[in-house]
Write a protein that binds this ligand. Structure first.
Ligand code: NAD
Ligand code: TYD
Length: 364
């Protein structure tokens, strides 16, 4: 039975991962969730597991040396699954320093505390590993050429403060391995979608706006390409890498599901229209007329696309949820969790929305 220290477990992917692990291992796993509960952390995501004897929540900042050291003192941690990060590109353009602090210094602090707890004087205790959850955005932007992909060997070329801070943290994790023999894996995954995603990201923002009859703000020409993966497939990939990944290796995770943003938005409209009951008044206003092309994101990466060959051939991973099924499940989840959405969007989110979208010009 292993003990997992999950950082950022109250966020989107972290909470999905915790649910996934309890579904898979039941009582044969112990999970400690360390989360600062920033705007993106939401304990409502974990309401179903909070009563479990093998689940523990610690509210702490990953940059806080004493608090993190204490967690390693209180529990014999076998795995760190490190999700905690500032994760939204648009916020990083407005406020880069918080990204440097959390993503770079926070990761270094997590590793220092793990190293201190796991070092024996003659290497590291058996079976310990630090799994660093990262993004495909560290590789930069691909041309529209459909044969170009990100491989594990693709040089890093991040463009946004978010991706640069994630790239820095990845390099630090690699450096700890090369310098100290620190046991680790890195996963670089493409864009995730699914339940519990904060409505600042494309898919939940568009679902929520459409249900509310608000405009759907598509940046620029809407032809930027992202490679979308259902979050549960990502969680399964992380678990597999944590169990079987070769020490020191990086694994790219992605499902060969490239779509232009405009295609995603049109699919959301289509599925909402198909799935809302005939007599639901919201149907009347959900149409492509809601789409509004607005001022583009600064430094907007054109295309991301992952080659998942290594995780497929070494560990047998492949996605199980196809896009149409995944987006339908996701939309269904949001339609059934309007209260969850209301709690998030009724407070500071209104200021966020005004600040982020208020002065974007509508393009012709
Ligand atoms: P998220 O923004 O939904 O959640 C981040 C979580 O980290 C929140 O619970 C937040 O409270 C917590 N957190 C933030 N700063 C903290 C700090 N200083 N100390 C402790 N906790 C802190 O993010 P997400 O989308 O779930 O992403 C999780 C990880 O996966 C990130 O590292 C991100 O870079 C990576 N990733 C995300 C995607 C994606 O599509 N969302 C794709 C690939 C990789
Ligand atoms: P996002 O979900 O923020 O993920 P990332 O920037 O990390 O890929 O955005 C996905 C794509 O959707 C990206 O190309 C930017 C675009 N986008 C919009 O067009 N409108 C929006 O309101 C948002 C949030 C994103």
């Amino acid at each position: 039975m292993k003990t997992y220290l999950v950082t950022g477990g109250a966020g989107f992917i972290g909470s999905n991962f915790i649910h996934y692990m309890f579904r898979k291992y039941g009582d044969d796993v112990e999970i400690i969730n360390v989360d600062k509960l920033t705007y993106a952390g939401n304990l409502e995501n974990l309401a179903e597991v909070e009563g479990r004897k093998n689940y523990h929540f610690v509210k702490a900042d990953i940059c806080d040396e004493e608090a993190i050291r204490q967690v390693f003192h209180d529990y014999e941690v076998d795995r760190v699954i490190h999700f905690a990060a500032e994760s939204h590109v648009d916020r990083s353009i407005k406020e880069p320093l918080v990204f440097v602090r959390t993503n770079v210094l926070g990761t270094a602090n997590m590793m220092n505390c793990a190293k201190e707890a796991w070092e024996t004087g003659d290497g590291f205790k058996d079976g310990k590993k630090f799994c660093h959850v990262s993004t495909d955005e560290v590789y930069g932007s691909l041309p529209e050429d459909p044969d170009a992909y990100f491989y594990e060997t693709t040089p890093y070329s991040p463009h946004s403060p978010y991706s640069a801070s994630k790239a820095s943290s990845d390099l630090l994790v690699k450096a700890y391995h090369d310098t100290y023999g620190f046991p680790m894996n890195i996963t670089n995954c493409s864009n995730n979608y699914g339940p519990y995603q904060f409505p600042e990201k494309l898919i939940p923002l568009m679902i929520n706006n459409a249900l509310e009859g608000r405009k759907l703000p598509v940046y620029g020409d809407g032809r930027n390409v992202r490679d979308w993966l259902y979050v549960e497939d990502h969680c399964r990939g992380i678990d597999l890498v944590s169990e079987k990944g070769r020490d020191g290796e990086t694994y790219n995770i992605g499902g060969h599901n490239e779509k232009q943003n405009i295609e995603i938005v049109k699919t959301i409209i289509e599925v909402l229209r198909e799935d809302l009951p005939e007599d639901d008044p919201r149907r009347a206003h959900i149409s492509e007329d809601l789409i509004e092309h607005v001022t583009d994101r600064k430094g907007h990466d054109r295309r991301y696309a992952i080659a998942p060959d290594k995780i497929h051939s070494e560990l047998g991973w492949q996605p199980q949820t196809m896009f149409r099924e995944g987006i339908r499940k996701t939309i269904g989840w949001y339609m059934n969790h309007l209260e969850w959405m209301k709690h998030i969007t009724s407070g500071n989110y209104q200021n966020y929305y005004r600040n982020m979208y208020g002065d974007r010009k509508v393009l012709d």
